[in-house]
Design a binder for this molecule. Sequence first.
Ligand code: FAD
Length: 523
Amino acid sequence: MRHITIHWFRKGLRLHDNPALLAALQGCTEIYPVFVLDPGVPNQAHASINCWRFLIGALEDLDCSLKKLNSRLLVLRGKPEEVFPRLFQRWKVTRLTFEVDTEPYSQHRDEKVVKLAKQHNVEVIQKVSHTLYDTERIIAKNNGKPPLTFNRLQAVVQSLGAPEKPVPPPMLEDMKGVRTPCSEKDEESYKVPTLEELGLDPLSAGPELYPGGEQEALRRLDEHMKRTGWVCHFQKPETSPNALSPSTTVLSPYVRYGCLSARTFWWRLTDVYQGRKHSQPPVSLHGQLLWREFFYTTSVGIPNFNRMEGNPVCLQVDWDRNPEHLAAWREARTGFPFIDAIMTQLRQEGWIHHLARHAVACFLTRGDLWISWEEGQKVFEELLLDGDWALNAGNWQWLSASAFFHQYYRVYSPIAFGKKTDKSGEYIKKYLPILKKFPAEYIYEPWKAPRSVQERAGCIVGKDYPRPIVDHEVVSKKNMQRMKMAYSKRSETFNESNGKAKGEKRKAASVVDMLMKKKVKVN
Ligand code: FAD
């Protein structure tokens, strides 16, 4: 049978390592590569202008690459479950192909679309290529449960063998006899949108440091892979949160939208490692991709992964509601220059270093402000170019010591932490120019500077730059006690539901136990 196929790009905005796209071209006479601008996608609804610009760049790049194959990208507008049935009929579609997406919204959407496709006699082909492995396979191999520690994940994936090799991109010869019919009217209706069309003012965007698209992703990957010594010695904890130019790859936005395939990234690293001494997971670059796999797998296997309530591995904490403090954190006016500089970089550039994320996430939650990690997750989702449902939720749970990481007594100081890698506060001066004339001695704590120093620096604390909104020494100690209580309450809940008497000797409740006991009481 000769097929008329729609290939639906969602994530996976690339031609390389795209098995669903290759399947689309098998026995195909007409192909319609589409992207649906779906108003329902949760993380797009609130995305910042920087994120939209990245996505538009990625779509333009994809359109350009498809045109080189005598095809093009058609950007549809509307809800997929309404758009597709019309097009199935109009284009006489026989087959629909797409990459598996494990986010709950996408799963729900895809179920509806698959059902509609069946009703229209359209064959559906779905392929896994957003992660290194099929997360369902990892879970099955781990007796039906997601591995809840990195070591466990590593052991399971080792037993599965290396990730599959990436598949090659389609070439002109694969397109022989394949057309993408497109009328003049369609040309106009299905164009890649502009920021203006989306009601956004391009002038309000930050500097475009990380342009979207597969070509840019592969160029950046090539550049990094040429630095063989750097790749082989890469140790994540040794990289700096406040370097003036990024100390890690910043490939995350490209991996998030699938402009770069994780498997391509993995295998390029393997090539660099070949025959050379190199760092190992969890701190190596392979290790970073395994962290991604870890959080993807847990997000698939744990219900309500992006929430505290109803999430069986998440510590139940009596977080405060404090809109003023939340706004101060979000808008970079906490009065702690290191925190405010990071939040400024995030808003302006859409990317911050992993340890910078640690610092601001700890500050918002268990460190200082005692505000729920779910609030921080929302702000990151809006502002991060790499904002990813699974990775954002998983890492926020980690940093707030709500799940996966439990050493709540290890708190980042908003003053001392940044000094380790940037004594003179060059990073702070870059993102908070109001403080640039402060001497190094006071740059992390400008409120301690004598009035004369503040005057000479042209910045009076309390007038030109805020006073600290909390006393870190005091609140961090108080919060540690609150954390201790939340942990002991969890142990009690666990004991009660296990029928153990008070004072009876017991093993600490592990997250595995918690997950196994499906119904954990919510405080
Ligand atoms: P590199 O160090 O160069 O790592 C290479 C790749 O490995 C990254 O591109 C990314 O795909 C993956 N990776 C690295 N670290 C992690 C990690 N801890 N967890 C999962 N994958 C990782 N990352 C996102 O991609 N999206 C998010 O929404 C996100 N939210 C986060 C929220 C918090 C509170 C924290 C602490 C971390 C979050 N991270 C998130 C993880 C991590 O900070 C970023 O992936 C990393 O900083 C991206 O920079 P890079 O590409 O230079 O990383």
